[in-house]
Ligand binder design. Structure first.
Ligand code: ADP
Ligand code: ASP
Ligand code: MG
Length: 417
């Protein structure tokens, strides 16, 4: 029997009415003859509440207990959706991660899949059930401890099941009707895309567009999963939403296809670091060990200081704002041990990152110049720049983030298809 994976995010299962609505969408697919694996998130706000309880109990919490607590929201929605489907006369049961089992690494709070054996769910389908409702975002280690996959991880659960069960499609039902040229909550003129290439979606997701978790796109690309984003609040059919697909399936694409942003960024500068081989490793090694996700890095040209034969430079990098304390401690410890020297550590916690993305950039020059000119015309100062083949990112003052996103959306004419 053909099989579909359907995923419902937090707002799509936020209360019993919405769960009933999700159940009707599942029923439409079973009526078309599909077996369905449904992946559910926790009710919206639930995971934040659970994280708050963990942090309110223990500052330097044990991530094994964090996972045990924070994964529980998904268990409730999986059970409720299974019950609702049973009420509608559809054979369904819920599955927690350990029951499938969803085997993961033991990197608690950021675990990765190791394997998803099909046997148990296949046996259940062979016994007559039509629907398996799986709690997203969670798994189990070899030692039997519960894990979670990082925030937004239910998207990745959905794609992993689609790959493991060779699903015809993986449909991600959410509170917008597809992937837009930028977050439609920031730019009202944002345009929904019919299709987007895996590479572009991967960049948009990793640069802050939270409509899909980055790893879900990576997995879909690797395993050739037909991935679709669509609304759980509208009537939908096979043509609804946005298809994330291979570049070759897209006839024509613009030079820039989307704008992404990440609001909560910080910038740290180490002033007057000794400029010698190994200094970058001495700075960024301990930051990595402290689980700090450094993103953009700039090193200034080196200079001499009067009365000193050594060369010095400044090193600037960006990181998520909630990792600043951890980064400071790692750097201060390195300085105390003599591994690095610096005159001063300057922290700016009021920055945001704005990026333009498009596979067309590979063959087009002048995109960066156009972007910088547009920001300059709005008097927005650029603090750090990074580029790759298909994206340009700038770090700016957070208070200008919305203006920058609007401006770039206009500059690259994204409203027009
Ligand atoms: P879910 O709870 O269903 O997983 P999320 O809140 O994680 O939903 O993701 C959907 C949200 O992503 C939308 O409500 C929208 O505000 C945001 N978003 C950010 N960038 C984009 C984009 N380019 N296209 C569509 N939505 C976007
Ligand atoms: N409930 C989890 C979160 O809020 C996972 C998800 O919704 O994808 O991050
Ligand atoms: Mg999400």
């Amino acid at each position: 029997m053909p099989l579909l994976v359907m995923k419902f995010g937090g707002t799509s299962v936020a209360n019993l009415d919405r769960i009933a609505n999700a159940a009707r969408k599942v029923q439409e697919e079973t009526a078309r003859g599909y077996s369905v694996i449904v992946i559910v998130s926790a009710m919206s706000g639930k995971t934040n509440e659970l994280v708050g309880w963990v942090e309110g109990t223990s500052k330097l919490y044990d991530t094994k207990e964090y996972d045990a607590i924070v994964s529980s929201g998904e268990n409730v929605t999986a059970g409720l959706l299974a019950l609702r489907l049973q009420e509608m006369g559809i054979g369904a049961r819920s599955w927690q991660g350990w029951q499938v089992p969803i085997n993961t690494t033991d990197a608690h709070s950021t675990a990765r899949f190791v394997s998803i054996p099909r046997e148990n769910i296949d046996t259940d389908f062979a016994g007559g059930n039509k629907v398996a409702v799986v709690a997203g975002f969670q798994g189990v280690t070899e030692a039997g401890r519960i894990t979670t996959l990082g925030r937004g991880g239910s998207d990745t659960t959905a794609v992993a099941f689609a790959a493991a069960f060779e699903a015809e499609r993986c449909d991600i039902y959410t509170d917008v009707d597809g992937v837009y040229t930028t977050d439609p909550r920031i730019v009202s003129k944002a345009r929904k895309m019919e299709k987007i290439a895996f590479e572009e979606m991967l960049e948009l997701a990793s640069l802050g567009a939270k409509v899909l978790q980055t790893r879900s796109v990576e997995l879909a690309m690797r395993y050739k999963v037909r991935l679709r984003v669509l609304s759980s609040f509208e009537d939908t059919d096979e043509t609804s939403g946005t298809l994330v697909c291979d570049e070759e399936e897209i006839m024509e694409s613009k030079v820039v296809s989307g704008v992404a942003f990440s609001r909560d960024e910080a910038k740290m500068t180490l002033v007057r670091v000794e400029d010698r081989p190994g200094v970058a490793a001495a700075i960024f090694g301990p930051l990595a060990d402290a689980q700090v996700n450094v993103d953009m890095i700039v090193q200034n040209i080196s200079e001499k200081v009067a009365g000193d034969t050594k060369l010095y430079t400044d090193m600037t990098f960006s990181l998520p704002v909630n990792q600043v304390e951890r980064a400071k401690k790692a750097l201060e410890d390195s300085r105390a041990s003599g591994a690095v020297t610096y005159a001063e550590l300057i922290t700016d916690t009021e920055t945001a990152k704005v990026s333009v993305v498009g596979i067309g950039m590979r063959s087009q020059v002048g995109v960066a110049a156009k972007m910088f000119a547009a920001l300059a015309a709005e008097n927005i100062n650029i603090k750090v720049i990074t580029t790759s083949e298909i994206k340009i990112s700038v770090l700016i003052d957070r208070k200008y983030m919305e203006l920058a996103v609007q401006t770039l959306h206009d500059t690259f004419d994204l409203e027009q298809a």
